[in-house]
Design a protein around this ligand. Structure first.
Ligand SMILES: [Zn+2]
Length: 243
């Protein structure tokens, strides 16, 4: 891991919110508007899982060493599939590596899905503060109730082609094809099953919530936005929150 001096003008937007809060939809809108790179931790993990699945059982590449521990990528995939967060050092290692690469390429970022645990926040926040500068880090929390999380996730669909997540609400309930690329909308198996959603919700309350204290203590402001409204109304508030 190496550090380079603060950049000028490049920024990081961090979007927080329980499963189903609309982070995916809002981050896509933001990315289109600002040209910032959409950094979705779930996609990085899925890419890593797919890579590991094609390796032989004893391949050294199936394991990641970080913070004096060794992580089996396929074990992490098991946790993920059950709605349990992956081991924080494993995620942190991948996220820091990817952020450094994108920073070197001159990208501004929108983080969705990181940090998700206190461990990850404690490692990632000093790291991005160092390279992007504190004043260039903006955080927004999209708030919804646990009931809404369960309702939205159990109805949620994704597109077959790019796995765009389509937020479930009045405007989208009858959609059958992806409005962005025209591919068929399907259910996301596993992660959006009701039992798995309950686990994800518990993980969010127990493991992501402590991050907010960390942010406050370290002077990272989090602006709150009411997520139980139309996509357009939430988006308007998200835009003013990052201004
Ligand atoms: Zn799509």
């Amino acid at each position: 891991m190496f550090y380079v001096p603060c950049s000028m003008n490049k920024q990081i937007i961090i979007l927080f919110g329980a499963p189903g809060a609309g982070k995916g939809t809002q981050s896509e809108l933001l990315s289109n508007k600002t040209g910032s790179y959409l950094f979705e931790t779930s996609k990085i993990l899925e890419r890593e899982f797919a890579r590991a699945e094609n390796l032989s059982e004893n391949s050294p590449e199936r394991f990641i060493d970080f913070d004096n521990q060794k992580f089996d990528i396929l074990h992490e995939k098991d946790l993920w599939g059950k709605g349990i967060l992956c081991d924080p050092p494993f995620v942190t290692y991948l996220v820091i590596k990817e952020i450094q690469k994108l920073f070197d390429e001159g990208e501004s970022l929108i983080l969705v899905g990181s940090p998700r645990t206190l461990y990850e926040a404690e490692k990632i926040m000093p790291f991005i503060e160092n390279i992007y500068g504190k004043k260039n880090i903006k955080s927004v929390l999209i708030e919804i109730t646990p009931e809404q999380t369960i309702y939205r996730n159990s109805h949620r669909k994704i597109c077959e082609l790019i796995r765009h997540s389509i937020l479930f609400n009045k405007e989208t309930e009858n959609l059958t094809i992806c409005p962005l690329d025209g591919s068929k909308l399907v259910r996301r198996e596993g992660l959006d099953d009701p039992e798995v959603i309950k686990v994800r919700l518990k993980e969010y309350a127990e493991r992501t919530y402590p991050i907010f204290d960390y942010f406050e203590k370290h002077g990272f402001e989090i602006k709150k936005v009411n997520g139980e409204r139309s996509v357009a109304a939430v988006y308007k508030d998200v835009l003013s929150a990052i201004r």
